[in-house]
Design a protein around this ligand. Structure first.
Ligand code: NAD
Ligand code: UDX
Length: 464
């Protein structure tokens, strides 16, 4: 029986290791975290993360070969393979503040492994980290190894996207495993390959050196985000010229060299990864004295900020240049559909801009709690404080409640329930102030049909 421990029971550690337990009943998987509330939630009927298909997988294996615990030391002692899946947020203070990844959690977890391990371990870097972080982990681990205990280190970055985590983990495009190019490194790599190939075709498990694997993760996120910033930059040209961004994306995406995915214009990308990982790459480039490279990647984030600001300006301009005391319904607060995660959500920036314009915003999201929304809007750096939020924000239980009496609706997240057919827009129109405006920041609505009802519609990437 192989024992796997995962340090970090978050969006990555929880689902990715639950899937291992689900696919390999003869592997014992223990997912540990210092956060007692999070572990209690993993052990309850109400899991701490909303992810389609996750409940079924956890409920099927929990207590059999899948365990959630705060006993980090025991799980390390028992494990053969240890995934390090802790958070690596952008540093808020000190050197590299606002850009570099904060590696304190990685180092704490690595030191804990070095301190309590009594047998040899394969330590797997699952978190997204700057290139060559494995070298620091290795140095800490090797300083604590002995004749009887050795540590091998692998890089196995995670490519799951939230909202589709379970299908991404069950049928990934690829799994990446990097190792030191030594006989011991290859042997450790093979052990992890043997786990993944239990349910993933061999040809999809790619092996390479440690540094390529680490950099590939940052590179993949940077390339994906770059596509979104590219189409969003084009959306501004579309709005000014009468071109339609969906048509442009379709025309470009049918070129097999470009491909159709990740070309959906939007109010701006969010999520815990894209901005953080690009800034990480920018910082790395600066540290390597490559200022042109740093500036190139930085522009992807700059364009994203511009898109959020541009969309807000369009809202204010269209509403006769003032939103003071106007009720504006914000539909969706999560950074994308099918997740309750709000980290770096464009809705946070939009809300903050609108509050600064003295609008009264009514927010509805099917999976985000009022507590979370208020926490996000009072975070330092967002631009709004508790008094602003108490005065200008109401969190609603339904789209209908949010839109009743509103002057405008802003679609921030592409939840299916906001689509035509699933929401009764005639009913909403009847309950709104006139003229009734809709700003579609996600290209999910049928503008001609809404206009037939009587709405004034403004869509990202379209001039009409
Ligand atoms: P998260 O914040 O949801 O979870 C991390 C968890 O690690 C937290 O619960 C925290 O309490 C725990 N932790 C921190 N230090 C610990 C320690 N020393 N011992 C035990 N537990 C500890 O983060 P996440 O979204 O799961 O991301 C984890 C990593 O995976 C990050 O590097 C992220 O960039 C990367 N990643 C995230 C995604 C995603 O979609 N969220 C996708 C791919 C990669
Ligand atoms: C991303 C990567 O896709 C994933 O591989 C990595 O492991 C973690 O980061 P995630 O952030 O969960 O995943 O979601 P993703 O689907 O990539 O969406 C990120 C943001 O981009 C969302 O706000 C989404 O709405 C936006 N987006 C995505 C667009 O605006 N247009 C698109 O065409 C695609």
């Amino acid at each position: 029986m192989v024992n796997i421990c995962c340090i970090g029971a978050g969006y990555v550690g929880g689902p990715s290791c639950a899937v291992i337990a689900y696919q390999c009943h003869d592997i014992n998987v223990t997912i540990v975290d210092l956060n007692q509330a999070r572990i209690d939630a993993w052990n309850s009927d109400n899991l701490p993360i909303y992810e389609p298909g996750l409940d079924e997988i956890v409920f099927a294996r929990r207590g059999k070969n899948l365990f959630f615990s705060t006993n980090v030391d025991q799980a390390i002692i028992d494990a053969d393979l240890i995934f390090v899946s802790v958070n690596t947020p952008t540093k808020k203070t000190g050197m590299g503040a606002g850009m570099a990844a904060d590696l304190a959690y990685i180092e704490t977890a690595t030191r804990r492994i070095a301190q309590v391990a009594t047998t040899s371990k394969i330590v797997i870097e699952k978190s997204t980290v700057p290139c060559r972080t494995a070298q620091s982990m290795r140095t800490i681990l090797e300083a604590n190894s002995s004749k009887d205990i050795r540590f091998d280190i692998l890089s196995n970055p995670e490519f799951l996207a939230e909202g589709t985590a379970i299908s991404d983990l069950t049928k990934p495009d690829r799994v990446l495993i990097g190792c030191l190019q030594t006989p011991e490194g290859f042997a450790a790599q093979q052990k992890l390959v043997d786990v993944y190939t239990r349910w993933i075709p061999k040809e999809k498990v790619i092996t390479m050196n440690l540094w390529s694997s680490e950099l590939s993760k940052l590179a993949a996120n940077a390339l994906l985000a770059q596509r979104i910033s590219s189409i969003n930059a084009l959306s501004a040209i579309c709005e000014a010229t009468g071109a339609d961004v969906d048509e442009v994306a379709y025309a470009c995406g049918t070129d097999s060299r470009i491909g159709p995915k990740f070309l959906k214009a939007s109010v701006g990308f969010g999520g815990s990864c894209f901005q953080k990982d690009i800034l990480n790459l920018v910082y790395l480039s600066e540290q390597l004295f490559l200022p042109e490279v740093a500036a190139y990647w930085k522009s992807v984030v700059t364009m994203n900020e511009y898109q959020k600001m541009r969309f807000t300006h369009r809202i204010v301009r269209t509403l006769f240049n003032t939103v003071t005391n106007k009720k504006i319904a914000l539909l969706g607060f999560a950074f994308k559909k099918d997740t309750g995660d709000t980290r770096e959500s464009a809705a946070i920036t939009l809300s903050s801009y609108l509050i600064q314009e003295h609008a009264n915003i009514a927010i509805y999201d099917p999976k985000v709690s009022a507590k979370q929304i208020k926490m996000d809007l009072t975070e330092p750096g967002v631009g709004t404080n508790e008094a602003d939020v108490n005065k200008h924000v109401t969190v609603c239980e339904s789209a209908y409640e949010a839109c009743a009496g509103a002057a405008a609706i802003v679609i921030c997240t592409e939840w299916d329930e906001f689509k035509m057919g699933q929401t009764d827009y005639q009913k909403i129109f009847d309950s709104m102030q006139k003229p009734a405006f809709i700003f579609d920041g996600r290209l999910i609505l049928d503008a001609p049909k809404l206009r037939e009802i009587g709405f004034r519609v403004e869509t990202i990437g379209k001039s009409i």
